[in-house]
Write a protein that binds this ligand. Structure first.
Ligand SMILES: [Zn+2]
Length: 679
């Protein structure tokens, strides 16, 4: 059990954390916490608030239905409050709800309507005399943003119905997965931040001020409830009515009186989830009969007659034994939780990711010997999702971020974000990562050498495995450059156990041979953050020689296709650091002459500039890649220097500008023809 002080501290921490996350999400669409983690932490907070009511805060996210929206749009009150649903995710919780229903319905038999839970943005839609009159976001549940003009851009939502009906409807604004991909691609090409998921993209799109811009986002909507009474006596009947009026209704549903079938439907939807056009995150289970619904009513926050079954990755609870720190080749110190062995998704787990120390100290508030919940994400190593505070050992000490490097004891620092350009007089934004910046840090050097000699790098096989560690340990090398000085230490090398004359000869030959390994492998081997195999090749194709790497400017990098902004920032930071510049010069002095890469040949359109606009039959990225292979410079805007505009359907301002400037406009067919016949 917690002391009152501990409970208060934990309630304060969770309240602040969740409020921040909710506000960031509603106002900017940024997800500070995963949904799963948010739900779990909110549940823990609710549990603590119930146990220690005197410590609960009035601004607890559990006391509000939503978060106050920003004043971007006029506000409108909902005719009927928009409640959220109570979440469940286990058969036990479902059965408990079933029992409660049976008790409260006193002999009436409940029938359920199960619907795929659409992962979008809830919306209230009102028709007056058959005309689309009002669309309001959920907001705080009582009132939300009036976004009628934005919602009117959705083609499948009729602006007028055949009959002059007065309707209040509920639905979800969504973005199709395919449309989400296209949108993100366009954003990335324009150098803007892509959206994290279709829901964020839908939310961000609905909040745009200009309905025309909203229209280009191609939002969708599916309705799932008719709130206005007086039509059918049951929910499914109402949905069928809505379909007959030409309204878009969520098609993924099942009516059953059997909770076992409800569970089966949940499992089916989870299995089908990835094949659906839209993202779903669970199943909504509602009482069919509207009379029964009225009888069941609502609690302060949730209707009693519905539950949201949330898809959840399997979880396991384990005890934290200790937190290990590993120092990577970039100097970043990463915490890893060592836990009591536990079964999770078919494997025995002993270690779990903690991401970084912000996660450890702020998000999780991890203490020594805490009980932790683990989940398997997409990664191989599971992650720590949350702490079970109620299991906390009395007197347990909160874990703190290390101050010095576990390998070399140098004070750790947080660097400014790569590529961040703070305004005058402002502090630059810092990275979350804690870093050892000692260039002679053994752990960093070890990681660097290992990366340098790896297959995608210099591919010096004899140095793989333990050999590079051994050489560092015996101080025969102090870093990458020293590999090329090993020839002078032949006699000492031959003394090393397991290394005879012959293997030393082989080792030195392999090192010597690596001096002319193609430039892209050397660039990869240098371990510049973000620069992987592909980026290394793109860079190598641009460079006249190794030294050219140090002369690269932002302007040069922008011209290299497919190098993202973050990568450019990291690369320029790397080449700007004196120790790295010294390393490159040292390698040159030691005789490294990497084989140079030629630009892809056969570029009949080299020097020609082209802009792409509108929706194309083929993927835009495919076109871009093909055109760049042919030598085109593909730009994001039309100017007097543009040689061609490749225009798909629904082309907008770029098409107009090209017409004004007299730039030749080609459709896809004409483009194919141009490629065949040449410039
Ligand atoms: Zn260090």
């Amino acid at each position: 059990m917690l002391t009152a002080t501990q409970a208060k501290a934990e309630i304060d921490r969770l309240t602040d954390l969740l409020s921040q996350a909710a506000s960031a999400y509603y106002n900017t669409g940024t997800a500070l916490l995963d949904d799963d983690q948010y739900d779990l932490l909110a549940g823990q907070l609710a549990e603590l608030e119930a146990l220690y009511p005197q410590a609960a805060r009035p601004d607890s996210p559990n006391r509000r239905v939503g978060t106050e929206p920003l004043d971007l749009f006029p506000k409108a009150k909902h005719q009927t409050p928009m409640l959220s649903l109570e979440n469940i995710s286990t058969p036990e919780e479902l059965l408990a709800w079933g029992e409660r229903l049976n008790k409260e319905l006193e002999g009436l038999v409940p029938v359920f309507c199960c619907e795929a839970k659409l992962d979008g943005l809830s919306i209230s839609v009102v028709y007056q005399k058959g005309k689309l009159a009002q669309a309001v976001t959920r907001g705080n549940g009582e009132q939300g943003d009036l976004v009628t003009p934005n919602l009117s851009t959705i083609p499948e939502l009729p602006l007028a119905l055949q009959e002059p009906l007065d309707l209040e409807l509920r639905g979800e604004v969504l973005l199709k997965k395919a449309q989400f991909e296209r949108l993100n691609q366009a954003l990335e090409e324009a150098g803007e931040e892509p959206f994290k998921n279709p829901r964020n993209a839908a939310a961000g799109s609905l909040r745009l001020k200009d309905p025309q811009a909203v229209a280009q986002r191609k939002l969708s909507i599916l309705l799932y409830d008719l709130v206005t009474p007086g039509f059918e006596s049951n929910h499914e009947g109402n949905l069928k009515k809505m379909e007959s009026w030409g309204l878009p209704v969520n098609p993924h549903r099942l009516v059953t009186g059997d909770l076992a079938q409800v569970l089966e439907f949940c499992a089916q939807m989870e299995a089908k989830r990835k094949d659906l056009e839209f993202e779903i995150d669970g199943v909504v289970i509602k009482i069919m009969d509207l009379g029964q619904r009225a009888r069941l009513g609502r609690t302060a926050k949730f209707p009693v007659w519905a539950r949201a079954w949330k898809f959840r990755p399997e979880r396991a609870k384990a005890q934290l034994i200790k937190v290990e720190q590993s120092v990577g080749r970039t100097g970043v110190v990463t915490p890893v939780a060592v836990v009591s062995p536990v079964e999770l998704a078919g494997t025995t787990v002993r270690r779990a990711s903690l991401h970084n120390y912000k996660q450890v100290c702020e998000v999780l508030g991890l203490h020594e010997q805490d009980s932790v919940y683990l989940v398997k994400g997409g990664d191989i190593i599971p992650k720590v999702l949350a702490v079970e505070v109620l299991d906390r050992v009395p007197g347990a000490v909160p874990l703190e971020a290390p101050v010095v490097c576990p390998s070399c004891a140098t004070a750790l620092t947080r660097l400014p974000k790569a590529g961040s350009k703070p305004k005058e007089g402002q502090e630059p934004e810092l990275e979350v990562d804690l870093r050892c910046v000692n260039p002679a840090c053994p752990a960093v050097l070890d990681g660097q050498v290992e990366h340098f000699v790896s297959k995608k790098g210099m591919d010096i096989k004899t140095l793989g495995g333990k050999m590079s560690h051994l050489l560092l340990e015996k101080r025969l090398i102090g870093g990458i450059a020293d590999l090329y000085r090993l020839a002078q230490k032949r006699e000492i090398l031959e003394q090393i156990e397991g290394l005879g004359k012959l293997s030393v000869t082989k080792l030195l030959e392999a090192i010597e041979a690596s001096k002319t390994r193609p430039l892209n492998h050397l660039i990869y081997g240098l371990g510049i953050p973000q620069v992987g195999e592909k980026a290394a090749k793109l860079l190598a194709q641009e460079l006249p020689d190794l030294q050219g790497l140090l002369a690269l400017t932002e302007a040069d990098l922008v011209k290299v296709a497919n190098l993202g902004e973050v990568l450019r920032g990291q690369l320029l930071r790397w080449t700007g650091e004196e120790k790295n510049r010294a390393l490159v010069r040292e390698l040159l002095d030691l005789g490294l002459r990497p084989a140079l890469l030629e630009r892809p040949k056969n570029q009949p359109f080299a020097g020609k500039t082209l802009c792409i606009t509108g929706t194309l039959q083929e993927k835009r990225s495919d076109w871009k890649f093909r055109l760049e292979q042919l030598g085109f410079t593909v730009t994001s805007a039309v100017s007097a220097k543009t040689n061609y505009l490749l225009a798909g359907v629904e082309a907008g301002s770029k098409l107009k500008k090209a017409q004004e400037l007299g730039v030749p406009i080609l459709d896809e067919e004409a483009m194919h023809h141009l490629i065949e016949t040449g410039p």
